[in-house]
Ligand binder design. Structure first.
Ligand code: ADP
Ligand code: ADP
Length: 575
C-alpha cells in the first residue's frame, strides 16, 4: 500500500475536492482520457470518499489494500478498515487503461465528478471476496447477490481528485458533509454526540432507544439515516425522511439533530457495524448505537440468520480501543404493556409480557388497512406510511394471463376489464397480445429472443401502471417461464404485485377453436414458429390461478379471477 493513500489517523478529515483552477485544468485534460459512467452505488462511495466520510481513504482501494481488508479487516498499513471500497469497471475499459493514466468518473448524465489516478488494475475473485467479507457465498444475502451479480470484472484502484459533488435535489437542507456537521456540533457546543444509524422508518422503539442512550450518556443525538442504497424492498427514503422529520419534534429542543447519509449499505452485519462506526467518527460523533442485528441481511434459504443478533456488538467490543468512537450497545427494545413503557428485553421483569411488531406484520397491517397500535408508533409516522402503503384494495396491481393461442386469454381478460371498470376506483388498462404487438413491438418477430423482448416491454409498462396505482391486465402468450418471472420481479421491485393466471386449455381444444385460423396455417407450414405447433410453451410452475376453460364459460372464468382478487385483498369493501 502506498502511504500517500492514507492520512495519519488523528481525526483529520480527508477532503478530495481540488480547487476551481485545478478542476478546470482536469476537465480540459480529460478530453484525452477514458471515461467511466459511475453506477448509483459507485456514486455513493465517491461522495463519501470526496468529503472524508471514508477518511482515511483517499481513493478507491488498490489491490494490496483490497486483499488486506478482505482478509484482515485492515488496510495494508494496519489501519482498521472492514469493507472493500473498490471501483469495478468493464472489460473494454480495463483493456484500454494503463497504470499512470487518469480516468474520468462521470455521473449518468455525463458530468465529470472526479478523476481517478490509475495505480492498480486487477481481476478480483468475487466469490472469495464474498466468503471473506460476508462469510457466505449464498445469493440470498443481498450484499452477496449484488457482489456476484452486479459487479464488473475488473477493479481499478487509485487516488481520487474530486471535481464536483454528486448533485442531490431532495432534502438538500438535511444533507451535511462531515466538515459541516463537525462545525455545527462545535457551534452548538455539542461535545458528546451519539449517532444513530437506520435504514427503516423510526417508530417508538427507536425513539425510546435513542432517547435513553442520550439520557444515560448525557449526550446529544445525531439521527443519521442512510439515504443512499439500502436493502432491496426497504421503505423508500422520501417516505422515511418525512417520518424522521416528524419524529424530531418529539426530542427535547436543542438536543437532537437529523442529517442524511448518502451511503450505499452492504448489509454486511458485524463488519458493516464497524464501518458505520468509523464513518460516524468522521462525521464528528463520539458515540455510536449498535442494537440487535445491526445492518442484518436477513435469513438464508433455510431460514437461518446470516449473523447472530448480537455479533455486531461483539465485533465492536473487540475493536473498541482502536476505534476512536464508543459503542453504545442496546439489547432488543420492546413494549411492556403492564408498565406502559419500552424496555430492553434483558431489563424487563421476566414474568411481564414484552411486545414487538415485526416489519412483516406492519406491512401486512398496512396492506389490509388494519389499524396500527399506538404503542408501536407515532401518529404522524403511521399517516406517512399509510400514504405510501395504502391498503391493498386501493393499490395498483397486475393480472398477467398466459396460455396457448386461442386458449381464451383475450376473451377472459376483456370480461375482467369490464368487471373491474364497473367496480371503479382504479383505472384499468388491457395490454392484449395483439394490441401490444401493434403499438409497442411492431418490429418484433416470434423468435425466443423477440418474444422475450416483447414480454419485457409489456412487463415494464405494467410495472409503471401498477406503481402509479392502476390495474394492468396483460394477455400475451408469454411461453417462457423465466421471462414471466422477470416480469414479476420488475413489478415487485417497484413495490407492486402481480397475479399470474394460467389459461389452461388443452392444445386440441385450442386448435379446434382456432379463432384466427392460425393453427390451420401453422399445420400447413404457412405460419412458422407457432406456439403449440412449431414452437414451445412452458407451463407456469406456480400460477396464482389456473383456469380450466373446458369446464367453464368465459364469464365463469372471469368471475373466478375476480373472486381470487377479492380473496387476496385486491378488491375489498367500499368502506
Ligand atoms: P439497520 O441495522 O440495518 O440499519 P434498522 O434501521 O432497523 O436497520 O436499525 C437501526 C439500528 O437500530 C441498529 O443499530 C439496530 O440494531 C437497532 N434497532 C432496531 N430496532 C431495534 C429494537 N427494537 N431494539 C433494539 N435495537 C434496535
Ligand atoms: P387467446 O387470446 O388466448 O388467443 P381468444 O380469447 O382470442 O384466445 O380466443 C378464445 C376462443 O375460445 C374465443 O373464440 C372464445 O369465445 C372461445 N372460448 C370457448 N370457451 C371459452 C372459455 N371457457 N374461456 C375463454 N374462451 C373460450
Amino acid at each position: 500500500m502506498s502511504d500517500h493513500l492514507i492520512e495519519p489517523h488523528n481525526g483529520t478529515l480527508v477532503d478530495l475536492l481540488v480547487d476551481e483552477q485545478e478542476a478546470e485544468q482536469l476537465k480540459k485534460e480529460s478530453e484525452q482520457w477514458l471515461s467511466w459512467d459511475l453506477t448509483q452505488r459507485q456514486i455513493c462511495d465517491l461522495e463519501l470518499l470526496m468529503h472524508g466520510g471514508f477518511s482515511p481513504l483517499q481513493g478507491f482501494m488498490n489491490q494490496a489494500d483490497y486483499e488486506s481488508v478482505c482478509k484482515n479487516m485492515r488496510l495494508n498499513d494496519g489501519t482498521l478498515w472492514p469493507l472493500p471500497i473498490t471501483l469495478d469497471i468493464d472489460e473494454e475499459t480495463a483493456q484500454n487503461l494503463n497504470q499512470g493514466d487518469k480516468l474520468a468518473l462521470r455521473d449518468s448524465e455525463g458530468v465529470m465528478l472526479a478523476a481517478l489516478c490509475v495505480e492498480d488494475l486487477w481481476q478480483p475473485d468475487l466469490t472469495a471476496e464474498a466468503r471473506q467479507v460476508f462469510n457466505t457465498e449464498d445469493k440470498e444475502h443481498p450484499g452477496v447477490a449484488n457482489l456476484l451479480q452486479n459487479t464488473n470484472p475488473w477493479y481499478v484502484g487509485g487516488r481520487v481528485l474530486g471535481i464536483e459533488s454528486p448533485r442531490h435535489y431532495d432534502f438538500t437542507d438535511l444533507r451535511r458533509t462531515p466538515q459541516e456537521l463537525r462545525e455545527e456540533f462545535a457551534e452548538a457546543g455539542w461535545q458528546k454526540v451519539i449517532a444513530f444509524q437506520t435504514r427503516n422508518p423510526m417508530h417508538r422503539a427507536h425513539f425510546e432507544l435513542t432517547f435513553r442512550a442520550a439520557k444515560e450518556n448525557e449526550a446529544n443525538l445525531l439521527i443519521h439515516p442512510v439515504v443512499g442504497m439500502t436493502k432491496p424492498g426497504d421503505v423508500n427514503h422520501y417516505t422515511r425522511v418525512r417520518c424522521y422529520k416528524a419524529i424530531m419534534s418529539y426530542y427535547p429542543t436543542n438536543t437532537a439533530k437529523l442529517s442524511l447519509l448518502p451511503l450505499a449499505m452492504r448489509m454486511a452485519g458485524p463488519r458493516e457495524a464497524l464501518w458505520h462506526a468509523i464513518i460516524r467518527k468522521n462525521y464528528g460523533c463520539t458515540h455510536f448505537i449498535v442494537g440487535r442485528d445491526h445492518a442484518g441481511p436477513g435469513k438464508d434459504a433455510s431460514g437461518t440468520p446470516f449473523y447472530g443478533p448480537y455479533e455486531a456488538q461483539e465485533m465492536l467490543q473487540q475493536y473498541q480501543d482502536e476505534l476512536g468512537i464508543k459503542m453504545v450497545p442496546f439489547k432488543l427494545m420492546g413494549y411492556v404493556p403492564e408498565k406502559s413503557e419500552y424496555m430492553p428485553v434483558d431489563e424487563a421483569p421476566e414474568e411481564l409480557e414484552v411486545k414487538h411488531m415485526s416489519g412483516t406484520e406492519l406491512r401486512e397491517r398496512l396492506a389490509k388497512g388494519v389499524s396500527i397500535p399506538d404503542w408501536f408508533s407515532f401518529p404522524e409516522v403511521i399517516t406517512e406510511l399509510q400514504k405510501t402503503y395504502p391498503p391493498r384494495k386501493e393499490r395498483g396491481f397486475t393480472v398477467f394471463f398466459t396460455g396457448l393461442p386461442s386458449s381464451g386469454k383475450s376473451t377472459i381478460a376483456n370480461i375482467l376489464l369490464v368487471k373491474l371498470q364497473e367496480l371503479g376506483g382504479r383505472a384499468a388498462t388491457l395490454l392484449d397480445g395483439d394490441i401490444v404487438r401493434k403499438h409497442l413491438s411492431s418490429e418484433l418477430g416470434f423468435s425466443k429472443e423477440h418474444r422475450n423482448i416483447n414480454i419485457r416491454r409489456i412487463g415494464f409498462v405494467a410495472s409503471e401502471i401498477t406503481k402509479n396505482g392502476g390495474i394492468a391486465i396483460c394477455a400475451p402468450i408469454a411461453p417462457y417461464e423465466q421471462v414471466r418471472q422477470d416480469v414479476r420481479e420488475m413489478i415487485e421491485s417497484k413495490g407492486g404485485e402481480m397475479q399470474l393466471v394460467h389459461v389452461s386449455t388443452p392444445l386440441e381444444v385450442c386448435e379446434q377453436r382456432d379463432r384466427k385460423g392460425l393453427y390451420a396455417k401453422a399445420r400447413a407450414g404457412i405460419v412458422k414458429e407457432f406456439t403449440g405447433i412449431s414452437d414451445p410453451y412452458e407451463e407456469p410452475q406456480n400460477p396464482d390461478v389456473t383456469l380450466t376453460t373446458t369446464e367453464m364459460t368465459p364469464e365463469e372464468a372471469a368471475q373466478s379471477v375476480l373472486l381470487h382478487l377479492e380473496h387476496e385483498g385486491f378488491i375489498g369493501p367500499a368502506r
